[in-house]
Design a protein around this ligand. Structure first.
Ligand SMILES: N[C@@H](Cc1ccccc1)C(=O)O
Length: 505
Protein backbone atom coordinates (compact mmCIF):
# COMPACT_ATOMS: atom_id res chain seq x y z
CA UNK A 1 0.00 0.00 0.00
CA UNK A 2 1.27 3.46 -0.83
CA UNK A 3 0.49 6.35 1.49
CA UNK A 4 1.74 9.94 1.96
CA UNK A 5 4.93 10.23 4.04
CA UNK A 6 3.28 11.66 7.16
CA UNK A 7 0.71 8.85 7.25
CA UNK A 8 3.39 6.21 6.91
CA UNK A 9 5.38 7.79 9.76
CA UNK A 10 2.29 7.90 12.00
CA UNK A 11 1.37 4.28 11.22
CA UNK A 12 4.87 3.23 12.11
CA UNK A 13 4.84 5.15 15.37
CA UNK A 14 1.36 3.96 16.42
CA UNK A 15 0.89 0.84 18.50
CA UNK A 16 -1.83 -1.82 18.31
CA UNK A 17 -1.96 -2.22 22.07
CA UNK A 18 -1.27 1.16 23.71
CA UNK A 19 -2.91 4.51 23.03
CA UNK A 20 -0.27 7.07 22.04
CA UNK A 21 -0.96 10.78 22.14
CA UNK A 22 -0.58 12.88 19.04
CA UNK A 23 2.07 14.94 20.86
CA UNK A 24 4.12 11.83 21.66
CA UNK A 25 3.86 10.60 18.06
CA UNK A 26 4.76 14.07 16.76
CA UNK A 27 7.84 14.11 18.98
CA UNK A 28 8.92 10.73 17.76
CA UNK A 29 8.43 11.30 14.05
CA UNK A 30 9.71 14.88 14.12
CA UNK A 31 6.57 16.47 12.73
CA UNK A 32 4.29 19.16 14.17
CA UNK A 33 1.16 18.02 16.05
CA UNK A 34 -0.93 19.64 13.29
CA UNK A 35 0.61 17.46 10.61
CA UNK A 36 0.29 14.34 12.76
CA UNK A 37 -3.35 15.13 13.57
CA UNK A 38 -4.16 15.55 9.91
CA UNK A 39 -2.45 12.27 9.01
CA UNK A 40 -4.19 10.48 11.90
CA UNK A 41 -7.63 11.60 10.71
CA UNK A 42 -6.86 10.48 7.17
CA UNK A 43 -5.75 7.08 8.44
CA UNK A 44 -8.88 6.85 10.56
CA UNK A 45 -11.03 7.57 7.49
CA UNK A 46 -9.26 4.68 5.76
CA UNK A 47 -9.98 2.42 8.74
CA UNK A 48 -6.31 1.95 9.62
CA UNK A 49 -6.27 3.89 12.89
CA UNK A 50 -8.59 4.68 15.80
CA UNK A 51 -8.50 8.25 17.10
CA UNK A 52 -9.88 8.98 20.56
CA UNK A 53 -10.31 12.41 22.11
CA UNK A 54 -10.49 13.74 25.62
CA UNK A 55 -10.37 17.28 26.97
CA UNK A 56 -7.67 18.21 29.41
CA UNK A 57 -7.19 21.32 31.44
CA UNK A 58 -3.78 22.88 31.26
CA UNK A 59 -2.77 25.42 33.85
CA UNK A 60 0.00 27.95 33.44
CA UNK A 61 1.27 30.96 35.36
CA UNK A 62 0.43 34.48 34.27
CA UNK A 63 3.21 37.04 34.22
CA UNK A 64 2.14 38.16 37.69
CA UNK A 65 2.07 34.55 38.88
CA UNK A 66 5.59 34.04 37.59
CA UNK A 67 6.78 37.23 39.35
CA UNK A 68 5.39 36.01 42.68
CA UNK A 69 6.85 32.55 42.18
CA UNK A 70 10.27 34.10 41.91
CA UNK A 71 9.97 36.92 44.45
CA UNK A 72 7.42 35.38 46.82
CA UNK A 73 3.73 36.21 47.25
CA UNK A 74 3.26 39.77 48.59
CA UNK A 75 1.57 38.53 51.79
CA UNK A 76 4.38 36.04 52.42
CA UNK A 77 6.98 38.78 51.91
CA UNK A 78 5.05 40.99 54.30
CA UNK A 79 4.95 38.19 56.87
CA UNK A 80 8.68 37.51 56.64
CA UNK A 81 9.47 41.23 56.92
CA UNK A 82 7.09 41.47 59.89
CA UNK A 83 8.75 38.53 61.67
CA UNK A 84 12.19 40.02 61.02
CA UNK A 85 11.04 43.33 62.48
CA UNK A 86 9.75 41.66 65.63
CA UNK A 87 6.05 41.96 64.88
CA UNK A 88 5.46 38.66 66.67
CA UNK A 89 6.08 40.49 69.97
CA UNK A 90 5.01 44.04 69.26
CA UNK A 91 2.94 45.56 66.39
CA UNK A 92 5.13 47.25 63.72
CA UNK A 93 4.12 50.21 61.55
CA UNK A 94 2.90 49.12 58.12
CA UNK A 95 4.99 51.78 56.32
CA UNK A 96 8.22 50.36 57.70
CA UNK A 97 7.38 46.83 56.55
CA UNK A 98 6.36 47.81 53.02
CA UNK A 99 9.88 49.05 52.36
CA UNK A 100 11.52 46.08 54.05
CA UNK A 101 9.36 43.60 52.10
CA UNK A 102 10.11 45.44 48.84
CA UNK A 103 6.39 45.83 48.10
CA UNK A 104 5.48 48.36 45.42
CA UNK A 105 2.34 49.69 43.74
CA UNK A 106 -0.63 47.32 43.78
CA UNK A 107 1.37 44.70 45.71
CA UNK A 108 0.75 46.60 48.95
CA UNK A 109 -3.00 46.23 48.63
CA UNK A 110 -2.60 42.59 47.61
CA UNK A 111 -0.41 41.86 50.62
CA UNK A 112 -2.90 43.53 52.95
CA UNK A 113 -5.94 41.73 51.63
CA UNK A 114 -4.34 38.27 51.85
CA UNK A 115 -2.30 38.62 55.04
CA UNK A 116 -5.16 38.28 57.51
CA UNK A 117 -7.13 35.90 55.29
CA UNK A 118 -4.28 33.42 55.47
CA UNK A 119 -3.79 33.81 59.21
CA UNK A 120 -0.37 35.46 59.02
CA UNK A 121 -1.49 37.97 61.61
CA UNK A 122 -3.64 41.06 62.05
CA UNK A 123 -3.45 44.61 60.78
CA UNK A 124 -4.97 47.18 63.05
CA UNK A 125 -4.85 50.96 62.50
CA UNK A 126 -1.87 50.64 60.21
CA UNK A 127 0.17 48.41 62.53
CA UNK A 128 0.98 44.78 61.78
CA UNK A 129 1.15 41.96 64.32
CA UNK A 130 2.49 38.64 63.05
CA UNK A 131 1.45 35.20 64.27
CA UNK A 132 4.68 33.37 65.16
CA UNK A 133 3.00 29.99 64.55
CA UNK A 134 2.17 30.69 60.90
CA UNK A 135 4.35 28.81 58.43
CA UNK A 136 5.04 30.62 55.16
CA UNK A 137 6.84 27.54 53.78
CA UNK A 138 3.53 25.70 53.95
CA UNK A 139 1.64 28.42 52.01
CA UNK A 140 -0.50 26.31 49.68
CA UNK A 141 -0.79 29.05 47.09
CA UNK A 142 2.97 29.67 46.99
CA UNK A 143 3.65 25.94 46.71
CA UNK A 144 1.02 25.61 43.99
CA UNK A 145 2.80 28.27 41.93
CA UNK A 146 5.94 26.09 42.06
CA UNK A 147 4.04 22.93 41.08
CA UNK A 148 2.39 24.68 38.15
CA UNK A 149 5.71 26.08 36.95
CA UNK A 150 7.04 22.51 37.06
CA UNK A 151 4.10 21.34 34.88
CA UNK A 152 2.77 19.48 37.86
CA UNK A 153 -0.59 21.23 38.19
CA UNK A 154 -2.31 17.87 38.72
CA UNK A 155 -1.10 17.84 42.32
CA UNK A 156 -2.78 21.17 43.13
CA UNK A 157 -6.24 20.92 44.72
CA UNK A 158 -9.21 22.65 43.11
CA UNK A 159 -9.75 25.12 45.92
CA UNK A 160 -6.19 26.47 45.66
CA UNK A 161 -6.44 26.57 41.88
CA UNK A 162 -9.66 28.57 42.14
CA UNK A 163 -8.01 30.99 44.58
CA UNK A 164 -5.07 31.51 42.20
CA UNK A 165 -7.47 31.95 39.33
CA UNK A 166 -9.38 34.65 41.24
CA UNK A 167 -6.06 36.40 41.89
CA UNK A 168 -5.29 36.19 38.14
CA UNK A 169 -2.06 34.35 38.87
CA UNK A 170 -2.90 31.41 36.62
CA UNK A 171 -4.64 30.81 33.31
CA UNK A 172 -6.60 27.65 32.78
CA UNK A 173 -7.14 26.45 29.27
CA UNK A 174 -9.02 23.49 27.95
CA UNK A 175 -7.36 21.55 25.20
CA UNK A 176 -8.26 18.44 23.28
CA UNK A 177 -5.83 15.55 23.65
CA UNK A 178 -6.03 13.00 20.84
CA UNK A 179 -4.59 9.51 20.98
CA UNK A 180 -4.13 6.97 18.25
CA UNK A 181 -4.30 3.16 18.17
CA UNK A 182 -3.75 0.83 15.21
CA UNK A 183 -6.86 -1.04 14.08
CA UNK A 184 -6.74 -4.65 12.91
CA UNK A 185 -6.78 -3.37 9.33
CA UNK A 186 -3.87 -1.10 10.25
CA UNK A 187 -1.89 -4.03 11.59
CA UNK A 188 -2.62 -6.04 8.43
CA UNK A 189 -1.52 -3.15 6.23
CA UNK A 190 1.74 -2.86 8.15
CA UNK A 191 2.39 -6.61 7.78
CA UNK A 192 1.80 -6.42 4.04
CA UNK A 193 4.11 -3.42 3.82
CA UNK A 194 3.40 0.29 3.49
CA UNK A 195 5.56 2.60 1.41
CA UNK A 196 5.67 6.35 0.86
CA UNK A 197 3.76 7.91 -2.01
CA UNK A 198 4.87 11.45 -2.71
CA UNK A 199 1.98 13.86 -2.42
CA UNK A 200 1.98 17.59 -2.83
CA UNK A 201 0.38 19.74 -0.16
CA UNK A 202 0.58 23.08 -1.94
CA UNK A 203 0.53 24.16 -5.56
CA UNK A 204 3.61 26.24 -6.39
CA UNK A 205 4.24 28.57 -9.34
CA UNK A 206 6.86 26.04 -10.51
CA UNK A 207 4.35 23.19 -10.56
CA UNK A 208 2.00 25.34 -12.60
CA UNK A 209 4.52 26.65 -15.13
CA UNK A 210 6.15 23.26 -15.68
CA UNK A 211 2.75 21.59 -16.11
CA UNK A 212 3.87 19.03 -13.52
CA UNK A 213 0.72 19.71 -11.48
CA UNK A 214 -1.20 17.48 -13.87
CA UNK A 215 0.69 14.36 -12.81
CA UNK A 216 1.32 14.79 -9.09
CA UNK A 217 -0.97 13.49 -6.36
CA UNK A 218 -2.33 16.18 -4.01
CA UNK A 219 -2.78 15.70 -0.27
CA UNK A 220 -6.45 15.64 0.67
CA UNK A 221 -7.96 18.41 2.75
CA UNK A 222 -9.13 17.54 6.22
CA UNK A 223 -11.55 20.06 7.59
CA UNK A 224 -11.47 18.45 11.04
CA UNK A 225 -7.77 19.01 11.59
CA UNK A 226 -6.78 21.51 14.26
CA UNK A 227 -5.96 24.90 12.93
CA UNK A 228 -4.68 28.01 14.61
CA UNK A 229 -7.47 30.22 15.96
CA UNK A 230 -7.78 33.45 14.02
CA UNK A 231 -9.24 36.49 15.73
CA UNK A 232 -9.98 38.98 12.99
CA UNK A 233 -10.88 42.59 13.70
CA UNK A 234 -14.53 43.16 14.45
CA UNK A 235 -16.79 45.99 15.35
CA UNK A 236 -16.65 46.77 19.07
CA UNK A 237 -19.65 45.59 21.09
CA UNK A 238 -20.48 49.16 22.10
CA UNK A 239 -20.29 50.39 18.52
CA UNK A 240 -22.57 47.53 17.45
CA UNK A 241 -25.03 48.51 20.17
CA UNK A 242 -24.80 52.20 19.23
CA UNK A 243 -25.44 51.43 15.57
CA UNK A 244 -28.41 49.31 16.48
CA UNK A 245 -29.78 52.08 18.73
CA UNK A 246 -29.52 54.54 15.85
CA UNK A 247 -31.34 52.16 13.53
CA UNK A 248 -34.11 51.62 16.04
CA UNK A 249 -34.58 55.34 16.71
CA UNK A 250 -34.50 56.25 13.04
CA UNK A 251 -37.10 53.52 12.57
CA UNK A 252 -39.21 55.23 15.23
CA UNK A 253 -39.08 58.49 13.27
CA UNK A 254 -36.21 60.28 15.04
CA UNK A 255 -33.54 62.50 13.45
CA UNK A 256 -29.96 62.68 14.73
CA UNK A 257 -28.50 65.70 16.58
CA UNK A 258 -24.84 66.63 16.74
CA UNK A 259 -22.87 69.23 18.65
CA UNK A 260 -19.75 70.10 20.65
CA UNK A 261 -18.14 67.91 23.31
CA UNK A 262 -16.80 71.05 25.00
CA UNK A 263 -19.62 73.46 25.59
CA UNK A 264 -20.49 76.49 27.68
CA UNK A 265 -22.18 76.13 31.02
CA UNK A 266 -24.95 78.08 29.37
CA UNK A 267 -25.97 75.21 27.11
CA UNK A 268 -25.06 72.50 29.62
CA UNK A 269 -26.68 73.99 32.74
CA UNK A 270 -28.30 77.43 32.48
CA UNK A 271 -30.77 76.64 29.71
CA UNK A 272 -31.76 73.66 31.87
CA UNK A 273 -32.78 75.94 34.75
CA UNK A 274 -29.95 74.76 36.94
CA UNK A 275 -29.31 77.55 39.48
CA UNK A 276 -25.77 78.91 39.30
CA UNK A 277 -25.09 78.81 43.06
CA UNK A 278 -26.72 75.48 43.75
CA UNK A 279 -25.07 72.11 44.35
CA UNK A 280 -27.28 70.67 41.60
CA UNK A 281 -25.15 72.73 39.26
CA UNK A 282 -22.24 70.36 39.65
CA UNK A 283 -24.35 67.28 40.05
CA UNK A 284 -22.69 65.62 37.09
CA UNK A 285 -19.25 66.60 38.36
CA UNK A 286 -18.27 68.02 35.04
CA UNK A 287 -14.64 68.45 34.00
CA UNK A 288 -13.92 72.19 33.74
CA UNK A 289 -11.65 73.57 31.01
CA UNK A 290 -8.91 75.97 32.02
CA UNK A 291 -7.64 76.83 28.55
CA UNK A 292 -9.69 78.22 26.93
CA UNK A 293 -11.78 78.82 30.03
CA UNK A 294 -14.65 80.74 28.48
CA UNK A 295 -16.83 80.85 25.44
CA UNK A 296 -16.33 84.08 23.41
CA UNK A 297 -18.96 86.67 24.26
CA UNK A 298 -19.78 86.85 20.53
CA UNK A 299 -20.72 83.18 20.49
CA UNK A 300 -23.29 83.61 23.25
CA UNK A 301 -26.86 83.93 21.89
CA UNK A 302 -27.56 87.26 23.60
CA UNK A 303 -31.35 87.34 23.37
CA UNK A 304 -31.65 83.83 24.65
CA UNK A 305 -29.14 84.64 27.42
CA UNK A 306 -31.43 87.45 28.57
CA UNK A 307 -34.49 85.23 28.55
CA UNK A 308 -32.72 82.46 30.44
CA UNK A 309 -31.37 84.99 32.98
CA UNK A 310 -34.91 86.27 33.51
CA UNK A 311 -36.28 82.77 34.04
CA UNK A 312 -33.61 82.15 36.68
CA UNK A 313 -34.27 85.48 38.43
CA UNK A 314 -38.04 85.84 38.11
CA UNK A 315 -39.36 82.51 36.93
CA UNK A 316 -41.85 82.27 34.06
CA UNK A 317 -45.63 82.65 33.81
CA UNK A 318 -47.94 84.66 35.99
CA UNK A 319 -47.26 82.76 39.21
CA UNK A 320 -43.66 82.11 38.31
CA UNK A 321 -40.91 82.62 40.82
CA UNK A 322 -37.18 82.52 40.17
CA UNK A 323 -34.31 81.36 42.32
CA UNK A 324 -33.69 84.80 43.91
CA UNK A 325 -30.01 84.10 43.64
CA UNK A 326 -27.24 85.74 41.61
CA UNK A 327 -27.02 84.90 37.92
CA UNK A 328 -24.12 86.14 35.80
CA UNK A 329 -23.21 85.69 32.19
CA UNK A 330 -19.58 85.11 33.26
CA UNK A 331 -20.52 81.85 34.93
CA UNK A 332 -22.64 80.90 31.91
CA UNK A 333 -19.67 81.38 29.59
CA UNK A 334 -17.44 78.90 31.47
CA UNK A 335 -16.40 75.92 29.34
CA UNK A 336 -16.80 72.28 30.41
CA UNK A 337 -16.61 68.84 28.89
CA UNK A 338 -20.32 68.17 28.63
CA UNK A 339 -21.61 66.00 31.46
CA UNK A 340 -24.71 65.15 29.49
CA UNK A 341 -25.87 65.55 25.91
CA UNK A 342 -28.96 67.44 27.04
CA UNK A 343 -26.85 70.44 25.91
CA UNK A 344 -27.54 69.25 22.36
CA UNK A 345 -31.28 69.06 23.00
CA UNK A 346 -31.15 72.67 24.25
CA UNK A 347 -29.28 73.82 21.13
CA UNK A 348 -31.86 72.14 18.88
CA UNK A 349 -34.92 73.20 20.87
CA UNK A 350 -33.72 76.81 20.93
CA UNK A 351 -33.65 76.94 17.13
CA UNK A 352 -29.87 77.63 17.15
CA UNK A 353 -28.96 74.31 15.53
CA UNK A 354 -31.55 73.69 12.84
CA UNK A 355 -33.70 76.81 12.88
CA UNK A 356 -37.17 77.03 14.47
CA UNK A 357 -38.78 73.62 14.81
CA UNK A 358 -42.52 73.12 14.54
CA UNK A 359 -44.18 70.23 16.38
CA UNK A 360 -44.24 67.30 16.03
CA UNK A 361 -40.48 66.69 16.26
CA UNK A 362 -38.38 63.73 17.33
CA UNK A 363 -34.58 64.02 17.78
CA UNK A 364 -31.83 61.87 19.29
CA UNK A 365 -28.07 61.50 19.65
CA UNK A 366 -25.79 58.66 20.75
CA UNK A 367 -22.76 60.59 21.91
CA UNK A 368 -20.03 60.65 24.51
CA UNK A 369 -20.36 62.49 27.82
CA UNK A 370 -17.76 63.04 30.55
CA UNK A 371 -18.15 62.94 34.32
CA UNK A 372 -15.67 62.97 37.16
CA UNK A 373 -17.23 59.86 38.71
CA UNK A 374 -15.55 57.15 40.74
CA UNK A 375 -14.81 54.16 38.54
CA UNK A 376 -16.62 51.01 39.51
CA UNK A 377 -18.52 48.12 37.98
CA UNK A 378 -21.26 50.41 36.67
CA UNK A 379 -19.50 53.79 36.24
CA UNK A 380 -16.94 55.08 33.77
CA UNK A 381 -15.48 58.60 33.38
CA UNK A 382 -16.57 58.72 29.75
CA UNK A 383 -19.64 57.00 28.48
CA UNK A 384 -22.24 57.22 25.77
CA UNK A 385 -25.63 58.74 26.36
CA UNK A 386 -28.64 58.00 24.24
CA UNK A 387 -30.25 61.42 24.34
CA UNK A 388 -33.66 62.04 22.88
CA UNK A 389 -36.73 64.19 22.94
CA UNK A 390 -40.18 64.42 21.44
CA UNK A 391 -41.95 67.73 20.92
CA UNK A 392 -45.72 67.58 20.45
CA UNK A 393 -49.00 69.00 21.69
CA UNK A 394 -50.49 67.30 24.76
CA UNK A 395 -47.81 64.83 25.73
CA UNK A 396 -48.30 62.82 28.88
CA UNK A 397 -46.30 60.47 31.07
CA UNK A 398 -48.00 57.59 29.24
CA UNK A 399 -46.31 58.70 26.01
CA UNK A 400 -42.97 58.75 27.79
CA UNK A 401 -43.42 55.26 29.25
CA UNK A 402 -44.77 53.92 25.96
CA UNK A 403 -41.77 55.24 24.03
CA UNK A 404 -39.30 53.49 26.37
CA UNK A 405 -41.29 50.28 26.37
CA UNK A 406 -41.27 50.26 22.58
CA UNK A 407 -37.58 51.20 22.38
CA UNK A 408 -36.31 48.57 24.82
CA UNK A 409 -38.55 45.86 23.37
CA UNK A 410 -36.53 46.14 20.17
CA UNK A 411 -33.60 44.79 22.22
CA UNK A 412 -35.66 42.04 23.82
CA UNK A 413 -35.77 43.97 27.09
CA UNK A 414 -39.16 43.94 28.76
CA UNK A 415 -40.39 44.79 32.23
CA UNK A 416 -38.71 48.21 32.42
CA UNK A 417 -39.44 49.83 35.81
CA UNK A 418 -39.99 53.54 36.46
CA UNK A 419 -39.12 55.38 39.65
CA UNK A 420 -40.16 58.98 40.38
CA UNK A 421 -37.07 61.18 40.42
CA UNK A 422 -35.94 64.81 40.64
CA UNK A 423 -34.24 66.88 37.92
CA UNK A 424 -34.13 70.68 38.10
CA UNK A 425 -35.31 70.78 34.48
CA UNK A 426 -38.09 68.20 34.26
CA UNK A 427 -41.34 67.72 36.13
CA UNK A 428 -42.35 64.98 36.48
CA UNK A 429 -39.09 63.04 36.23
CA UNK A 430 -38.47 59.30 36.15
CA UNK A 431 -35.49 57.03 36.49
CA UNK A 432 -35.62 53.85 34.43
CA UNK A 433 -34.48 50.45 35.62
CA UNK A 434 -33.93 47.17 33.78
CA UNK A 435 -33.22 43.69 35.10
CA UNK A 436 -29.74 42.28 34.43
CA UNK A 437 -30.10 38.93 32.63
CA UNK A 438 -27.29 37.26 34.58
CA UNK A 439 -27.31 38.79 38.07
CA UNK A 440 -31.08 39.47 38.06
CA UNK A 441 -30.36 42.83 39.70
CA UNK A 442 -32.30 45.95 38.77
CA UNK A 443 -29.83 48.41 37.29
CA UNK A 444 -30.42 52.05 36.47
CA UNK A 445 -30.50 52.52 32.72
CA UNK A 446 -31.77 56.05 32.24
CA UNK A 447 -33.28 59.30 33.41
CA UNK A 448 -36.19 61.12 31.83
CA UNK A 449 -38.97 63.60 32.24
CA UNK A 450 -41.11 66.34 30.78
CA UNK A 451 -39.33 69.71 30.45
CA UNK A 452 -40.54 72.44 32.83
CA UNK A 453 -41.97 75.74 31.51
CA UNK A 454 -38.88 77.46 33.01
CA UNK A 455 -36.82 75.54 30.43
CA UNK A 456 -39.18 75.74 27.47
CA UNK A 457 -40.42 79.29 27.66
CA UNK A 458 -37.04 81.03 27.24
CA UNK A 459 -36.31 78.64 24.36
CA UNK A 460 -39.50 79.83 22.70
CA UNK A 461 -41.17 76.43 22.72
CA UNK A 462 -44.87 76.56 23.50
CA UNK A 463 -45.88 72.92 23.36
CA UNK A 464 -44.78 69.92 25.42
CA UNK A 465 -41.39 68.22 25.23
CA UNK A 466 -40.57 64.90 26.82
CA UNK A 467 -36.91 63.97 27.01
CA UNK A 468 -34.39 61.46 28.30
CA UNK A 469 -30.80 60.39 28.66
CA UNK A 470 -30.21 56.65 28.57
CA UNK A 471 -26.88 54.92 29.19
CA UNK A 472 -25.59 53.03 26.16
CA UNK A 473 -23.14 50.96 28.24
CA UNK A 474 -25.92 49.82 30.57
CA UNK A 475 -28.02 48.81 27.59
CA UNK A 476 -25.03 46.88 26.25
CA UNK A 477 -24.71 45.15 29.65
CA UNK A 478 -28.34 44.05 29.50
CA UNK A 479 -27.99 42.90 25.91
CA UNK A 480 -24.69 41.01 26.25
CA UNK A 481 -24.94 39.94 29.91
CA UNK A 482 -21.66 41.71 30.78
CA UNK A 483 -21.52 42.16 34.55
CA UNK A 484 -18.83 44.81 34.75
CA UNK A 485 -18.86 47.87 32.54
CA UNK A 486 -15.05 47.82 32.57
CA UNK A 487 -15.16 44.54 30.63
CA UNK A 488 -16.62 46.55 27.76
CA UNK A 489 -14.11 49.32 27.39
CA UNK A 490 -11.10 50.90 29.02
CA UNK A 491 -7.76 49.43 30.00
CA UNK A 492 -9.29 46.47 31.82
CA UNK A 493 -11.51 45.41 28.92
CA UNK A 494 -11.92 41.67 28.63
CA UNK A 495 -10.61 40.87 25.15
CA UNK A 496 -11.97 37.36 25.19
CA UNK A 497 -15.42 38.73 25.99
CA UNK A 498 -15.18 41.39 23.29
CA UNK A 499 -14.10 38.81 20.73
CA UNK A 500 -17.01 36.52 21.42
CA UNK A 501 -19.87 38.63 22.75
CA UNK A 502 -22.82 38.90 20.46
CA UNK A 503 -25.17 41.81 20.36
CA UNK A 504 -28.41 39.87 20.10
CA UNK A 505 -31.71 41.54 19.44
N1 LIG B 1 -29.55 64.83 31.51
C1 LIG B 1 -30.08 63.70 32.20
C2 LIG B 1 -30.99 62.89 31.33
C3 LIG B 1 -32.25 63.63 30.98
C4 LIG B 1 -32.34 64.29 29.79
C5 LIG B 1 -33.50 64.99 29.48
C6 LIG B 1 -34.54 64.99 30.36
C7 LIG B 1 -34.45 64.31 31.58
C8 LIG B 1 -33.30 63.66 31.89
C9 LIG B 1 -28.94 62.78 32.65
O1 LIG B 1 -27.84 62.96 32.21
O2 LIG B 1 -29.15 61.90 33.47
Amino acid sequence: MQLPAAQVAVLEAASATDDRTVDAVADEVGETPTVVTRAAFELRDDGLLDVTERTEETVSLTEEGETYREAGLPEVRLYRAAMDAGAADEPVEMGELIGAAGLGGPEVQIALSNFARKGYGVIDSGAVSADPDADPDADTEANALESIAASDAGTVDDETLDALDRRSLVVREESTVRSVLLTDAGVDAMMEGVSVAETVAQVTPELLTSGEWEDVEFTEYNVEADAEAVTPARKHVLRQTADRVKDVLVGMGFQEMEGPHVDSEFWINDTLFMPQDHPARTHWDQFVLSNPAEMDADDMPSELVDRVARAHREGVGEDGDGYHSPWTEDVARGLDLRGHTTSLSMRYLSGHAEGELEPPQRWFSVEKVYRNDTLDATHLLEFFQIEGWVMAEDLSVRDLMGTFTEFYEQFGITGIEFKPHYNPYTEPSFELFGRHPVTDELIEIGNSGIFRPEVLEPLGVDCEVMAWGLALERLAMLVTGAEDIRDLHGTLADLEFLRNAEVIY
